[in-house]
Design a protein around this ligand. Structure first.
Ligand code: RVP
Length: 497
């Protein structure tokens, strides 16, 4: 006979936190959201921790290099999507690792033989008035000069005047070595009263431009997630098919952590993939696995050697797996069971395996609930897709800005590896939709607001750290009638959109 669970499976909106005692020292500014990303032994430090408990979903419409930089700046980690050719994914990882805050790779470049007309066209296209003149007209060619709008007078010069005739030549430029720090670059900018400082390598090839106006914005962000060489940290998705090619390329590109991206992770394919990584790289390469929704699935991946385990099937905003296949579990119930299994595993083995609640976060308080229920961090797709930094188009629908957001199981993503059951190499039916989500502005503003709510609720529960929250949290189920009570009710809203 089939096994039946006694209780229905539930989702975050069916729970609330009950406040606990908070002392006068328990204030949001004192809350520390640092959390382990990968497994560690009792008494040891985890090999990687993240400074905020948020990672971005392994999805085409969410995690590219730009979003990864913005999230690392705030202390979280992105997992660059793997549903793209290996070289392109590795290039995105490299871009994150090469990125230096405040150091801009010049996007407006000309060669000396080009004309004033070319300069004007480029200025219009990029909106930037500082143009690098390089031998090959590329962003990293040998630097020959710089053109700004101070170098030409439109009323006096013919549009076909060659750049080399009016640029400020290299010998007259103030420049610095590629290795110059942002602080040193800023000092040079002030000393010489210039707006832009080119940084060049030993062969005089242009590496970066540093702008006067960027210094304040990029002064050290205290939460930023950086490696020992002060580069931003970034993760990358892999699959259980082409790992022999993808893993070495991603590691070579500098990926800090990998994660097997699959809609259902309780499978031998995941073990085979982890075995490959252990055989070739030992413990030093960190790899998460998933997704699972119960104790058995967790145990399997923990024993297989996963560094963290992702929890969740069918709860993603764009996910229709439950409707299509009839598999899945309410996200809260899945998480609560897996968290218990993780704690029991820790008791037995002395090895702590962080768990990630993946998908289904709709309100900011769902993040706090997920953490209270035992998640070490959460993975979000819809949440990040709404921001400026996500890779998708912003579109205007009847006067409101929206951003595109599509599932990895949609026909648009064509990510058959994620749904692979060892059979045909194509998607025979969709498990995700193609959608629009309301545009919400910058990642920084939104993440700061979200986390201020998380910190505040943690203080209501008397907790200054995530482990403390997990120990102290008191969680109650809510009836459907009391959910009505939780919103504005029995009033007529004014000026409400
Ligand atoms: P959400 O944050 O609710 O948008 O969910 C994101 C998660 O949904 C992803 O991390 C992934 O686990 C899942 N996903 C991605 N694509 C699809 C699909 O097409 N069904 N599901």
């Amino acid at each position: 006979m089939a096994f039946y669970y006694d209780e229905p499976s539930r989702t975050f909106s069916e729970y609330l936190l009950i406040p606990g005692y908070s002392s006068s020292k328990c204030v949001p500014s004192e809350v520390d959201l640092k959390t382990p990303l990968v497994r560690f032994k009792r008494g040891e430090e985890p090999g990687i921790s993240i400074n905020i408990p948020m990672v971005s979903a392994i999805m085409q419409s969410v995690s590219d290099d730009r979003l990864a930089v913005a999230l690392a700046e705030e202390g979280g980690m992105s997992f660059i999507y793997g549903s793209q050719p290996v070289e392109e994914q590795a290039e995105m990882v490299k871009k994150v690792k090469r990125y230096r805050a405040g150091f801009v790779v010049s996007d407006s470049n000309v060669s000396p033989e080009m004309t004033l007309e070319d300069v004007l066209r480029l200025t219009e296209k990029t909106g930037h008035s500082t143009i690098a003149v390089t031998e090959d007209g590329g962003p990293n060619g040998k630097l020959l000069g710089i053109v700004t709008n101070k170098d030409y007078r439109l009323s006096r010069m013919s549009p076909d005047t060659r750049v080399k005739e009016f640029m400020t030549k290299f010998d007259d430029l103030v420049y610095a070595e590629e290795e110059t720090s942002l602080k040193e670059a800023n000092d040079i900018i002030w000393e010489h009263k210039i707006n832009c400082l080119p940084l060049v390598n030993k062969n005089r090839e242009l590496a970066y431009l540093v702008f006067r106006k960027d210094y304040d914005t990029h002064k050290k962000n205290e939460n930023e997630l950086i490696d020992n060489a002060k580069r931003y940290m970034v993760g990358a998705g892999i699959n259980t098919r082409d790992y022999e090619m993808r893993v070495p390329a991603l590691l070579e590109a500098g990926a800090d952590a990998l994660c097997i991206d699959s809609s259902e992770g309780f499978s031998e394919w995941q073990k085979i993939t982890i075995d490959y990584i252990r055989k070739h790289y030992g413990e030093r390469v960190k790899v998460g696995a998933g997704n699972v929704v119960d104790e058995e699935g967790f145990r399997f991946l923990a024993d297989a050697g996963a560094d963290f385990v992702k929890v969740g099937i069918g709860g993603g905003a764009i996910c229709i797996t439950r409707e299509q296949k009839g598999i899945g579990r309410g996200q809260a119930t899945a998480l609560i069971e897996v968290a218990k299994a993780r704690d029991a595993y820790y008791e037995e083995t002395g090895v702590y395996i962080p768990i990630c609640s993946d998908g289904g976060i709709v309100h900011d308080y769902h993040i706090t609930l997920a953490l209270a229920m035992g998640a070490d961090f959460v993975m979000l797709g819809r949440y990040f897709a709404r921001f400026d930094e996500s890779p998708t188009k912003r579109v205007n629908i009847n006067g409101s800005y929206m951003k595109e957001y599509w599932g990895e199981g949609s026909a648009r993503a064509r990510n058959w590896q994620r749904y692979d059951m060892g059979g045909e190499q194509k998607l025979s039916f969709e498990e995700g939709v193609d959608s629009l989500v309301p545009y919400a502005g910058s990642l920084k503003d939104n993440v700061n607001l979200t986390l201020s709510k998380v910190r505040s609720t943690m203080c209501n529960c008397g907790a200054l750290t995530i482990p403390e929250l997990q120990k102290k949290a008191k969680i109650t189920l809510v009836s459907s009638t009391s959910i009505v009570e939780g919103g504005a009710h029995d009033v007529t809203l004014r000026n409400h959109r």
